[in-house]
Design a protein around this ligand. Structure first.
Ligand SMILES: Cc1cc2nc3c(=O)[nH]c(=O)nc-3n(C[C@H](O)[C@H](O)[C@H](O)COP(=O)(O)OP(=O)(O)OC[C@H]3O[C@@H](n4cnc5c(N)ncnc54)[C@H](O)[C@@H]3O)c2cc1C
Length: 392
């Protein structure tokens, strides 16, 4: 008997990992990707993403995070590629901020190593940061920087090595029921039938999943040269989430090229994107100036003027948790959407969960927060979300 066939719609961060995990379990996988492996148009663009082991979003994410941690290393071994560069991580802000309080709670409950640094200890160890009155830092020794575009490419390579077929330059226009309990995937070159479909369209997912409350938003990054290359080399510059007030909050990490750091200012003007294909990717000068002001105030050793800036789209749910699950009892269609600014680090875990769902209809890795049938109406302000990068 031939292996059940699975269409993976979207070969980005999540779809590539789902394809890898499904292919290693023996499913006959076909990946439909409108661009090409590791392209820069989607939510994983820009070269790097943060990996945090201490997770303020809550201990229910523990199994997914732990599985992801192991799978990142496995993918590195399988493809002989350096994907997760360990730098450690800092969360800086007042002790009561959810990023710190939630992080400490999570680390305690899951037994994850961490350290608390007061302002003096922070200055001694990490003079790259200027502490403000009343701030502390939570250090996460296992955090690091993921090479995002490369990781997507690596996962697709690993999937292909296990027999997956990759259809690049192929856009899926719909997934529908087909006779015999199968699904039909309509593409711009015709329709094909499979036993299952895994839909992972990222910022484009709204078109395929109109009933889910997804919104696409734009997130911008700026890149800055480092003035002090010794102090800001990747091993000395932990990924940083700073929550020091409305105009003093950002995410920052090394660009891993030895010359630049990447900054994502926390912005209070969330910009919704109607159509990803026509969205404006230009970063306005006043937005870039936010980065300049932040670097001036808080990051000595970094050059305040951006040397590069980019906008990337991401799909958000109203409550900031992803939407993952099977649409029917036989898991013919599995959906992974709405990763809301923090899906990359968890992508291999979500990929494994997708394979679990296809194989058995359930996955022990998934926290209840991501259930498809939850009450999405609990609207949360964008400011309340714990994002690695914040919408512009
Ligand atoms: C600027 C920015 C910074 C971020 N920082 C972090 C971070 O530091 N840490 C972290 O964990 N997370 C971070 N995130 C979130 C994380 O990157 C995303 O959650 C993750 O990349 C989402 O993956 P995805 O597969 O849903 O989307 P994508 O990676 O965009 O993949 C979707 C894929 O589907 C393809 N596709 C879409 N529609 C179709 C179709 N109809 N037919 C065929 N192909 C299709 C697209 O071409 C694309 O390749 C950040 C996000 C952004 C935008």
């Amino acid at each position: 008997m031939s292996a059940p066939s699975v269409a993976v719609v979207g070969g980005g961060a999540i779809g590539s990992m789902a394809a890898w995990q499904l292919a290693t379990r023996g499913f006959a996988v076909t990946v439909y990707e409108r661009y090409w492996p590791g392209h820069n148009e989607g939510a994983g663009g820009g070269g790097t993403r943060m990996f945090r082991r201490v997770y303020a979003e809550g201990p229910a994410y523990g199994p997914l995070l732990d599985a992801s941690w192991r799978l990142w290393r496995r993918l590195e071994r399988a493809t002989n590629t350096d994907l997760l560069h360990r730098t450690g991580g800092l969360a800086i802000g007042p002790a009561h901020h959810p990023v710190l309080a939630g992080g400490i709670d999570d680390a305690e409950r899951r037994g994850i190593p961490y350290e608390l640094l007061d302002a003096d200890a922070l200055t001694d160890r990490y003079p790259q940061h200027t502490p403000l009155d009343g701030e502390i830092a939570l250090f996460d020794p296992e955090a690091g920087v993921l090479r995002s575009n490369l990781a997507i490419r690596a996962a697709l390579d690993a999937a292909v090595a296990h027999g997956a077929e990759l259809r690049t330059g192929t856009t899926v226009h719909g997934v529908a029921d087909a006779p015999g309990g199968r699904v039909e995937v309509a593409t711009d070159t015709g329709a094909e039938r499979h036993d299952h479909a895994v839909v992972a369209g990222g910022p484009w997912a709204r078109a395929l999943l109109p009933t889910l409350p997804l919104k696409t938003r734009a997130i911008f990054h700026t890149w800055h040269f480092v003035d002090d290359r010794q102090l800001l080399r990747p091993e000395r510059f932990p990924i940083t989430l700073r929550r020091s007030g409305p105009d003093l909050s950002y995410g920052a990490m090394s660009a891993l090229d030895g010359t630049r750091v990447k900054l994502a200012p926390h912005a209070d003007y969330p910009r919704e994107v109607e159509d990803v294909d026509t969205m404006r990717r230009h970063v306005r000068t006043d937005w870039q100036r936010r980065s300049t002001a932040l670097v001036h105030a808080l990051l000595p050793g970094v050059s305040p003027d951006p040397v590069e800036s980019q906008i990337y789209p991401e799909s958000f749910t109203p409550d900031g948790h992803a939407a993952v699950g099977a649409l029917d009892a036989d898991a013919r269609v599995v959906v992974l959407a709405g990763f809301s600014g923090h899906g990359f680090k968890l992508a291999p875990g979500f990929g494994r969960a997708a394979a679990d769902l296809v194989a058995t209809g359930a996955s022990a890795l998934l926290p209840p927060e991501v259930a498809l049938d939850r009450d999405f109406r609990a609207q949360v302000s964008i400011r309340d979300l714990v994002l690695d990068s914040d919408p512009a």
